[in-house]
Ligand binder design. Structure first.
Ligand SMILES: Nc1ncnc2c1ncn2[C@@H]1O[C@H](COP(=O)(O)OP(=O)(O)OP(=O)(O)O)[C@@H](O)[C@H]1O
Length: 277
């Protein structure tokens, strides 16, 4: 099921129509077939991921997914449906058991471990539920960390803009232990954006925050991503936040069960109920 609703601020980049959406009123003349690879930020083809152990767990069971550059996408689905696994595999933090994963045109499975580490540092940003800030580094140093690790020269103007845009001005010299949860997560967001990665993945980034703060931080995150044309993939359980992304991928049992373009909160919530959230 796909749904369409006018939203006031769609992502600046073109969106990927839902696979079931015939888009009868828009033949997508700018959406050439075959798709222009330069516009595809991440592409998963036939991806399976089975965790080993005494009883193997098939977490992803044939995922095909393409997300365009500049798109802002929510990944939703019932607990255990494979959301975190999908993000880990797409971000190169974990490897697929089979299938192909391409990020910014690069096949992750073809890379050596060292090349993959370098690629992640340069092209991929992460925001996790637990912030993952380095406790003995102040806010400014935490934000600059991806540039330091990639031996890149800090861009003071860009860093200052991020600090300002994320409401962190005045906090630059505080340690993570001196921040509120919402402040800490905004630092983590600035850190994920500072190297201008090809794509940013966020796995339940506000799961550790109270509902109100979490929504504020996530809406700020989405606004900033759109402003910068940043491709963003965010795992969330919040139908309201998902609806604000404009593009929702729904997983069930390790497969893409649906994609919704610009749905309302109610449509997302109803579809999640159907999938057995
Ligand atoms: N390291 C692991 N070893 C074995 N099984 C795992 C591992 N990580 C995840 N799984 C299993 O893989 C499946 C998908 O897990 P995943 O964490 O991707 O789901 P999820 O949709 O993110 O869940 P939630 O919403 O509860 O966080 C689940 O059955 C889970 O138990």
């Amino acid at each position: 099921m796909s749904t369409t609703r006018d939203l006031p601020a769609p992502a600046p980049a073109p969106h990927d129509p839902a696979p079931h959406d015939p888009a009868p009123h828009d033949p997508a003349p700018h959406d050439p077939a075959p798709r222009d690879p330069a516009r595809v930020a991440v592409s998963l083809t036939g991806v399976h991921k089975t965790y080993g152990g005494v009883a193997p767990v098939p977490a992803l069971r044939g995922v095909d997914l393409e997300l365009l550059t500049g798109s802002v996408t929510a990944v939703m689905g019932p607990s255990g449906s494979g959301k975190s696994t999908l993000v880990s595999v797409a971000a190169g933090l974990d490897t697929a058991t089979s299938g192909s994963v391409r990020v910014a045109g690069h096949a992750l499975d073809a890379m050596s471990p060292d090349a993959l580490t370098r690629f992640r540092r340069e092209q991929v940003g992460f925001v996790f539920q637990g912030y993952n800030l380095v406790p003995h580094l102040d806010v400014a140093s935490n934000i600059a960390l991806p540039l330091v690790l990639a031996s890149r020269r800090p861009d003071a103007g860009w860093s200052a803009h991020l600090v300002d845009r994320l409401g962190l001005a005045g906090l630059e010299h505080r340690l993570p232990g001196e921040l509120s949860g919402g402040q800490a997560q905004r630092v983590a967001i600035a850190r994920a954006l500072v190297a201008r990665p090809s794509i940013v993945f966020a796995d339940e980034p506000t799961g550790a925050l109270d509902a109100r703060t979490g929504r504020q931080v996530l809406h700020l995150f989405l606004d900033v991503a759109r402003e910068f044309g940043q491709t963003l993939v965010v795992v969330t359980h919040d139908a309201g936040v998902a609806a604000a992304t404009g593009e929702v991928v729904l997983l069930a049992d390790g497969r893409v069960a649906d994609r919704m373009h610009a749905p309302s909160d109610e449509q997302v919530a109803a579809r999640l109920l159907e999938l057995g959230r």
